[in-house]
Ligand binder design. Structure first.
Ligand code: FE2
Length: 253
């Protein structure tokens, strides 16, 4: 199609809404559930491949996928995760999908986790970052002591989607206190588009405004998360995320 300089400087181009930053600036996504059949994420290999193809189209170049390790629900181990990862890598290669993929885990803070912490080498990414989550509604018993235990074992704790915990929503002082303990915050991009709820969106925006975000994640389980992700890119806070926070995703390449 022919175009000229006039098109570039037309008032219409100037007025067109444009987001400066994009998923390709992040390079790496570090929170997803893409290993088929081992948690509540992708159910089949075909579904995994479709999700990964779409993540590639969105601009990501590397995925660190993080299956749940939650004793009551998903009894994953490093062995189950790494063998699933290997099978997935083989299929990616066969299908000619160019995407680097590693695995860690999303640990649920419970008694089982505390046991693992004391007895096993846990699954981490980058420079010993450990992704963990808690109940969405009930404040965990001894939250601060458990965070201290993670850090004292030499791990760098990364709190998955801090905006999703309703027990923190009315406690800005707790967000600050957790941050002050050296916890890294991983925000879900979909929270900014209102995918989960209005209170979660508001909490996410507040965290962005505070400049507290260290990592962002897609938390992809299903295609609906990626449909929503492409819309979240146009949320007003998406650009703010990049402007007001130092995002560490690209350091994980
Ligand atoms: Fe997750």
């Amino acid at each position: 199609m022919a175009w000229s300089l006039k098109d570039l400087f037309s008032p219409r181009s100037a007025a067109a809404p444009m987001s400066k930053s994009s998923f390709s600036d992040l390079f790496v996504d570090l929170h997803s559930h893409l290993i088929p059949g081992i948690d509540d994420g992708a159910k089949t290999m075909e579904e995994s491949l479709e999700l990964i193809r779409t993540l590639s189209e969105l601009g990501y170049r590397k995925l660190i996928t993080t299956p749940h390790i939650m004793h009551d629900m998903y009894r994953n181990t490093p062995e189950s995760i790494l063998s699933g990862l290997e099978a997935l890598r083989i299929e990616l290669e066969k299908e000619g999908i160019e995407m680097a993929i590693d695995a860690a885990a999303e640990y649920y803070l419970d008694e089982h986790f505390i046991h693992l912490l004391g007895n096993e080498k846990l699954m981490t990414f980058g420079e010993n970052y450990l992704l963990f989550e808690t109940s969405y509604t009930i404040r965990p018993y001894a939250l601060f002591e458990h965070i201290y235990a993670i850090a004292s074992r030499g791990y760098k704790p990364v709190l998955a989607h801090p905006e999703r915990y309703s027990y923190l929503h009315d406690s800005p002082e707790d967000y600050h206190a957790i941050k002050k303990m050296g916890v890294f915050f991983q925000l879900n991009i979909n929270s900014l588009g209102g995918y989960y709820s209005t209170p979660v969106k508001k909490a996410a925006e507040w965290i962005v405004d505070q400049g507290m975000v260290d990592f962002v994640g897609s938390d992809t389980h299903k295609m609906r998360h990626l449909d929503s992700l492409s819309k979240a890119k146009h949320a007003p806070y998406f650009q703010k995320l990049f402007d007001k926070n130092t995002l560490l995703n690209p350091t994980l390449h």
